[in-house]
Design a protein around this ligand. Structure first.
Ligand SMILES: Nc1ncnc2c1ncn2[C@@H]1O[C@H](COP(=O)(O)OP(=O)(O)OP(=O)(O)O)[C@@H](O)[C@H]1O
Length: 363
């Protein structure tokens, strides 16, 4: 699975870009503010309908243009899937796959699975549980087809339940249908998440050994309510508290991956550098497990690699990206620190230079 063509119009300072990336390694260098991150952002927009810098696409439209367009072709098992995103300044975004409008952003996301390693990704460890939940759900979404429908149904129930709770006065039996459906979806979501998580731990183990020399590191899944209890029971038991707060306090929406070192939160113990290495290992494990379970490979976007990792760990990340045999796009200000880790990896490397939003291939 690789992006074989990328064409961008009017996304930030990228007026017109049309490149044919390498199916393996793409190194993008240029001065600060030249447009490197914008190029990665355009791939993110194509894959997910949004940027990794902001949830809104509008600020991405070039300030003097009426719309932005990103078009790409994803090659997979000898076929090519055309994808397109068009966002006018006034009006709604249009997303297309295989020449037709997509039904949902979830459908769009299924065509080009992406992993992003950038300064924000390093917040995975220290950020809110939502980020770690999203990390796990990315995997569950891509490998378990029933997950998305379950997750949507559970969100809908939660919304209804919360609006009844907020109202305060509850008619007899009013909560019952929502509780029942919420509990049924929640238990299924939990079991899909737990299964993926167990598999993830197996893949993560060898990566952690290489990336982190830290004893006592342990990852565990908190499912969002008390261990060993049925969720339905919890909903009954916590009703007085939920009523007081006006929302449902326990459930799939509270799940988290707890990362601890000898019982203490890893975020409080690890250095900033170690946190980055742990996040790299987590991201690599996700790509590796994704391939094991689906036979597909995700594309990695790595923004400003030399600024984020020292030389030794840049080589280590490259070694593992090479093992994954996945398509990568890596940016940096200087070209040499980007190229040198790949010199003996026997991969098809393409180098792109970005200057004032213009991109030239150096092959
Ligand atoms: N809507 C917009 N219209 C036009 N230009 C924009 C818009 N949004 C941002 N820019 C400009 O686009 C340029 C590219 O930014 P980008 O973040 O891609 O640079 P970069 O090469 O990754 O830089 P750095 O190395 O500093 O991270 C910047 O100069 C920015 O000011």
């Amino acid at each position: 699975m690789a992006l074989s063509r990328l064409s961008v119009s009017n996304l930030r300072n990228l007026a017109h870009v049309d490149i044919q990336p390498s199916p393996a390694v793409n190194l993008i260098y240029g001065e600060n503010g030249s447009g490197k991150t914008s190029l990665l952002e355009s791939i993110n927009v194509l894959a997910l309908g949004r940027s990794f810098r902001s949830h809104k696409i509008k600020p991405l439209i070039n300030e003097s243009a009426p719309a932005l367009t990103v078009f790409g072709k994803v090659s997979h098992s000898g076929t090519e899937i055309p994808l397109g995103v068009h966002r006018p300044r006034i009006g709604d975004s249009q997303f297309k796959a295989l020449g037709a409008p997509v039904e949902s952003l979830a459908e769009l996301a299924s065509y080009l699975p992406l992993q992003v390693i950038n300064a924000d990704a390093f917040g995975l460890l220290v950020g809110s549980p939502k980020l770690r939940r999203q990390y796990l759900d990315w995997l569950v979404f891509h490998v378990e087809h029933e997950f998305y429908a379950l997750w949507r149904a559970a969100q809908r129930c939660l919304k209804h339940r919360n609006s009844i709770l907020r109202r305060g006065r509850i008619g007899e039996g009013e909560l019952t249908p929502w509780n029942l459906e919420l509990a049924s979806c929640t238990e299924k979501i939990d079991s899909l998440r737990s299964e993926c998580f167990e598999r993830l731990l197996l893949v993560l183990e060898p990566l952690l050994k290489e990336f982190m020399a830290v004893d006592g590191l342990k990852l565990s899944l908190y499912r969002g309510w008390e261990k060993g209890r049925a969720y339905q029971e919890i909903l009954q038991e916590t009703l007085p508290r939920d009523l007081k707060q006006g929302f449902t306090g326990s459930g799939f929406h509270r799940a988290d991956i707890k990362i601890r070192i000898n019982g203490q939160s890893a975020a409080d113990i690890l250095s900033r550098g170690q946190q980055k290495l742990l996040v790299c290992a987590l991201k690599l494990a996700q790509g590796q497990l994704f391939e094991q379970l689906t036979g597909r490979r995700c594309v990695y976007l790595v923004d400003d690699l030399p600024a984020e990792l020292d030389e030794k760990h840049r080589y280590l990340l490259v070694k593992w990206l090479n093992i994954l045999r996945t398509q990568v796009f890596i940016t940096g200000v200087e070209v040499d620190p980007l190229i040198s880790p790949w010199s003996d990896q026997n991969q098809e490397v393409k180098v792109f230079h970005v200057e004032h939003g213009e991109i030239t291939s150096e092959d």
